[in-house]
Design a protein around this ligand. Sequence first.
Ligand SMILES: NC(=O)c1ccc[n+]([C@@H]2O[C@H](COP(=O)([O-])OP(=O)(O)OC[C@H]3O[C@@H](n4cnc5c(N)ncnc54)[C@H](O)[C@@H]3O)[C@@H](O)[C@H]2O)c1
Length: 351
Amino acid sequence: MTDVDFRPRFPDARLPIAILGCGRIAQDAHLPAYTANGLEVAGVWGRNPAAMASVRDRFPAVGRVYSSPEELLADPEVAVVDIATPVAARADWIAAAVAAGKHVLAQKPLTLEPDLLEPVLAEAAAKGLRVAVNQNGRWAPPWRVASLLVRDGAIGDVFAVSHLHDKPLPPIAGTPFDDLEHMLVTDYLLHWIDISRTWLAGKVAHTVQASDSRVPGQPDTARNPWSASIAITCTDGARAEMRVTGNVRTATPSCPFWIHGTEGTIRGSVLFNSDRVALDDGTTVTEHPLSGQWFVDGFAGAMGELLCAIAEDREPENSARENLATVRLMLGARDSARQGGAVVDVSGLRL
Ligand SMILES: NC(=O)c1ccc[n+]([C@@H]2O[C@H](COP(=O)([O-])OP(=O)(O)OC[C@H]3O[C@@H](n4cnc5c(N)ncnc54)[C@H](O)[C@@H]3O)[C@@H](O)[C@H]2O)c1
């Protein structure tokens, strides 16, 4: 099991990247990941003048600061546009980048209107451009090892995926995220929906059910509920469940997960230095040695996979087209949460 190659991968040729929407996550995670791995950042654009004035002092590898997103898209040096705007602006900027002949890495959630994005993805495919999604959690070391083991058939046919958030929430109250509808379901848990879908790949979804609720101790200033659960069922009876209990107060935060298959079990945890992953084949438990962290290696992994796919002339694992299934599951969960936890039929959705 020690030979699972879970680290981010990069091609020899490092195409120039420009970040459109260089806000908090781009400065906290994208730029540190890219500069640590020697990727070429041609330039960045963001709306905050103070942040943009100091960005090259903090990240000397950044080539320039553009005066507008249009100037960024018109730069012939830029091959890949890394879009890290809020979701409402995402689809239009993906379309503009494809129109400008650029490959794209788009932050998650990819879009809230998958049908509108389909023609843009068709245009990109016709132009030989790759559009990928920054589902960086897929390269969180324990989750990446688990994905590679599942893909190799190490636990047979997966029949259950379970996640528990035994950890504090990130700051939400007072941030723009608290303005998003059913934020835990539509934004925060999207990484967990996406990784669960990855582990159930090839199956056909049947239903989605989600609910959220306010919890004792939650301040009035926090608009979104602090507790949420999502359950996904498949036509063959396989299930994925994920649960945020609230803003957990603990000295040992963790985010454990279990993948149960017909031939074995994968157990692990992610985030807050709780990283671990083990394969249990029914007789022996083998811990996998890990290095790195979701923040920021996951961000290097997502961009690295896009750059490899461009170099190798293939679809990236994190392609926007396949990520539409993640988006559709999330929209089903949102519709369920809107109805207080009603069962939503998503029959026919291939995971
Ligand atoms: N782990 C993760 O992958 C992760 C973590 C945090 C945030 N995110 C996602 O990243 C996105 C950005 O989050 P953030 O916290 O960096 O937000 P932010 O507000 O700090 O940054 C957003 C950036 O987009 C720009 N922007 C805002 N509206 C725009 C518009 N209409 N057109 C063009 N640019 C616009 C802003 O100037 C800023 O540069 C969100 O969709 C969020 O869900 C992902």
